[in-house]
Design a protein around this ligand. Structure first.
Ligand code: 8X3
Length: 246
């Protein structure tokens, strides 16, 4: 399968949360993992854990020039990317009714979650097509199809990811490239704290209302499930929700 020993996976937003957990799971299964994030410092821990199976690079999905340079600078053995995990995304400062949302924060949500995800895909798809080999995993959300209040721009961003995933899959129809979307509900990561603008008490209260919130490992196992299917099996979408939702 594509998740074989020596396969190269690139994971955006690898410094924490779902991205970091997925990096560990893929490395455990023999993949070589390029972990990207905005800050090299925050990737240090993962670099130490993964050793020779990991390559950490500083890359901001919002930055076209930086992305181009970072990918062009990959050492030769890391250039043929088999698996792209488009994980980088946030709703920083987003827990607000739309009329109170900060405009700059909203723009950043779109730049990262939508434009950045499309940018990474557009850089990496040509090589996948040339080799007729690849699996793209986009991290959506339950917000990709089930909107809720106080997250208008975030929900818009995840609906956009959903449309992109589905249309991209159709465009890959005459290739062996697979496209999967993973749609988690509440996952207990730094996402929640950022959404609440760093208000720890508010984030804790939210998290406490989900006694069985999903962990990053739960999401990582779903990603592995999709990747480990035989070449003829396309997992379109996996939706995960916490069992208890109080
Ligand atoms: C975010 C999902 O449930 O934390 O993608 O709002 S939730």
């Amino acid at each position: 399968g594509i998740l074989a020993s020596g396969s190269v996976a690139l994971i955006t937003g690898a410094s924490s949360g779902i991205g970091a957990a997925t990096a560990r799971h893929l490395a455990e299964r023999g993949a070589r993992v390029i972990g990207t994030g905005r800050s090299r410092d925050r990737l240090e821990g993962l670099a130490a854990e993964l050793g020779d199976s990991g390559l950490m690079i500083e890359l901001d999905v919002r930055d076209e020039v930086g992305v181009t340079a970072a990918l062009a600078g990959l050492p030769a053995p890391w250039r043929d990317i088999d698996i792209l995990i488009n994980n980088a995304g946030h709703d920083a400062g987003g827990w607000q009714v739309f009329q109170d949302l900060d405009r700059a924060a909203s723009d950043d949500v779109i730049d990262t979650n939508v434009t950045g995800l499309i940018r990474m895909t557009s850089h990496i798809v040509p090589g996948m097509i040339a080799r007729n080999r690849g699996h793209i995993v986009n991290i959506g959300s339950i917000s990709s199809f089930s909107p809720y209040p106080k997250s208008a721009v975030y929900c818009a961003s995840k609906f956009a990811v959903d449309g992109f995933t589905q249309s991209l899959r159709m465009d890959m129809a005459d290739t062996l490239i697979r496209v999967t979307q993973i749609d988690p509900g509440v996952v207990l990561t730094g996402f929640q704290l950022k959404r609440y603008k760093g208000d720890q008490a508010a984030a804790d209260a939210f998290v406490d209302s989900y006694p069985t919130g999903l962990t990053p490992d739960d999401v990582a196992r779903s990603i592995c499930f999709a990747l480990e299917q035989p070449a003829g099996v396309m997992i379109d979408r996996i939706i995960l929700e916490p069992t208890l939702d109080t």
